[in-house]
Write a protein that binds this ligand. Structure first.
Ligand code: NAI
Ligand code: ISE
Length: 338
């Protein structure tokens, strides 16, 4: 197989971003079929890559000229497409979240394990971001000693009116939930959300900001500020406090301006640009692996773990109490993942 033939389910914002990068930037793949319940979005996607528009997800997944599937529909539609791809024995890259309930994630895990072949990669792109990778290398080297505390902030300039309180966890914090346990090589045991004063820039269905606390099996405490109407930009912060010192994630680099008595640096405004390089590396890695019949990156089990942790956090949003996290034992199948 010289060129991986990709079918795309869901051609909204990130679906078209990925189609654009596969078509014009990355190597080794082409998009041959797309589908979307919104015909206009499917047509826009087809115009980018010259692909055929299929009637639904099953038609894309089972098409003879589709070797691998990219799922970029809304979260509640993910599970059906991923299960179709597993049944067809085709590699599938699913944007976050893997599914919107822990039960659906578990069905995907069970189907993949029963099939006996690694097929699923979840789109947690931060594991491909240079800043997180640099931090992980330092942590894994042991030169800073054991991690003790992690401080994070995930700030969006603004969100749609339809975004509500649980989405601070299910749509936004899921990125930290995935990347942090990978970064510090640990597992979560409890979750808590503290909700205080809200900004005047929010509405009655969204408490904003929120403060998340995760505790790990190894005794590490993690705090994450989620603030999705911060106004000033897209700002991702991560600092790991270790026994021998502190590691801070590098900021995206922009020129420093000196003007009108001030020294200033631009702040990225959107996830598209903040993580553009990470998306490129992530999707290229998926293409390279799928061509070889392999799958790497975040697993269906990782997607399930995120869902279980999210459920505990959403429960804590109601009471502010600490909620235990119990995902059970990771199946042996996932210990052999590349
Ligand atoms: P969007 O609303 O712009 O696009 C979703 C598209 O899926 C729409 O065109 C919709 O019509 C289509 N769709 C919904 N159900 C479908 C179905 N059953 N079959 C076919 N098409 C269907 O949303 P966006 O921002 O592109 O998000 C898509 C997914 O990507 C979400 O799960 C979101 O959480 C994730 N995402 C991930 C990001 C990341 O940083 N990794 C960033 C933004 C989104
Ligand atoms: C969006 O879906 C993403 O995944 C972004 O990375 C995140 O910052 C944003 O809050 C979500 O809505």
């Amino acid at each position: 197989m010289n060129v991986l033939k990709v079918g795309v389910v869901g051609t909204g914002a990130i679906g078209r971003e990925h189609i654009e990068r596969i078509t014009n930037k990355l190597i080794g793949a082409k998009v041959t079929a797309v589908t979307d319940i919104n015909e206009a979005n499917a047509a826009k996607a087809a115009a980018i890559c010259g692909a055929r528009v299929e009637k639904d997800s099953a038609a894309v997944v089972n098409a003879a000229d589709v070797d691998a599937v990219l799922v970029c529909s809304w979260g509640p539609a993910h599970a059906a497409s991923v299960l179709q791809a597993i049944a067809a024995g085709k590699p599938v890259f699913c944007e976050k979240p893997l599914a919107t309930t822990a039960d659906d994630c578990k069905k995907i895990v069970d189907a993949e394990v029963a099939g006996g072949k690694h097929l699923v990669q979840v789109g947690f792109m931060r594991r491909y971001d240079k800043g997180y990778l640099q931090m992980k290398k330092i942590i894994d080297s042991g030169e800073m000693g054991a991690p003790l505390l992690v401080h994070c902030a995930h700030r969006n300039a603004s969100v749609d009116k339809s975004y509500d309180t649980p989405m601070a966890v299910n749509d936004t914090a899921v990125h930290e939930i995935d990347v942090l346990h990978w970064l510090i090589n640990d597992e979560y045991v409890s979750a808590q959300v503290i909700i205080g004063k809200s900004t005047k820039h929010t509405h009655s269905k969204l408490k904003d900001p929120q403060f998340i606390i995760l505790r790990t099996k190894g005794g590490i405490t993690i705090d994450i500020e989620i603030f999705v109407n911060c106004k000033f930009g897209y700002d991702i912060q991560c600092e790991v406090c270790c026994e021998e010192g502190v590691i801070r994630m590098p900021e995206p680099s922009f020129p420093t301006l000196r003007k009108d008595k001030y020294r200033s640096v631009y702040i990225e405004q959107d996830w598209r640009w903040r993580f553009a390089d990470a998306y490129d590396v992530e999707v290229q890695d998926w293409i390279n692996s799928a061509i070889k019949g392999e799958v790497k990156g975040p697993t269906a089990w990782d997607g399930y773990m995120v869902a279980v942790t999210s459920d505990a956090l959403v429960q804590s949003q109601q009471t502010g109490q600490t909620v235990p996290i119990a995902a059970g034992e990771r199946p042996e199948f996932y210990n052999t993942r590349l």
